[in-house]
Design a protein around this ligand. Sequence first.
Ligand code: SAM
Ligand code: SF4
Length: 327
Amino acid sequence: MNDSFDRTIDYVRIAVTDRCNLRCFYCMPAEGIPYEPKAQLLSYEEITRLLRVLGDLGFKKVRFTGGEPFLRKDFMQLLESTAALGDYSSIHITSNGTLLQKHITKLKALGITKINLSIDSLDKERFKKITRRDDFEKVMQTFHMLIDNGFQVKLNAVIMNGINTQDILSLAALAETYPVDVRFIEEMPFNGGYKENKQLYSARDIYADLKAHYTDLEALPSTHGDTASLLSMPNFKGNIGIIAAFSRTFCDTCNRLRISSKGEIKSCLYDDGVFNIRDYMREGVSDEALAAKFSEIIRLKPKDGFEAEKMRKSPSQSMKSMSSIGG
Ligand code: SAM
Ligand code: SF4
């Protein structure tokens, strides 16, 4: 399906839960966020139905995220039914890596081998400070297990001024040693209310740090829908990516829709939810009505994240946590 700017929209990101066992300070306050009662979350049957309808509309890629997706009970069952749909050539998961080790064999058997792991620092103490939990070793163990089992791992690191800029080079070096893509993400103001007048460490700043050290760094052509500006280094096993999530320089190739754990559709990360598809489904509508609704939402997708922000009903997004939006 194409939107009114002739972008093909064929990628959906679904947050399966708003709960998390970590408390990354750029995402959630220390005390957590008020979680939705279970009945308010999309059920697995509802998610599978939405994916079937979207598959019929030409969607080919799905990413399950959260909150921490492996925290939701029987998440593997949802993955099984998604794989069984046969519509999705690409099933991805974004995870903090604390709970997935025991599922590696099953994931592999399902052919679900594209995992984004979030690791913002290779320093145990800084990792603990950022996530407010002491899980560094477990997450690194997961990283190694995934690599050893042939998974296609992308590592996500949010770079924050004065917090972990000193980690940029050591994280980038992982792409030299391992077949892993390392992606640096600009911090966005979606943290559940935590406020601090920190200056943005921008995609340009991150690039400057990398280029100063890796003088042979080369830009790669962008692929459809990739939000990362990709860079390669001779002899590196993986690529380096920089995601200008706050500067929003990639919107002209956007290919995605987001669905929050309670069924709120976001046609852009910066809008404040355009339609609740859970409530619509629970009114008893047909698959045809669902497909028509998705088509309408895709047609109305805003040009870019700045447009989406202007159209918001409530001006500030900073009270929302990325854990409820689905990062
Ligand atoms: N819990 C999983 C994880 O951490 O990978 C999945 C959900 S998390 C919300 C998805 C991604 O969003 C993570 O890579 C995380 O680093 C990123 N994220 C969360 N809050 C962010 C923020 N304020 N700015 C930029 N990225 C953020
Ligand atoms: Fe949890 Fe992921 Fe948010 Fe960290 S970024 S608090 S791991 S949802």
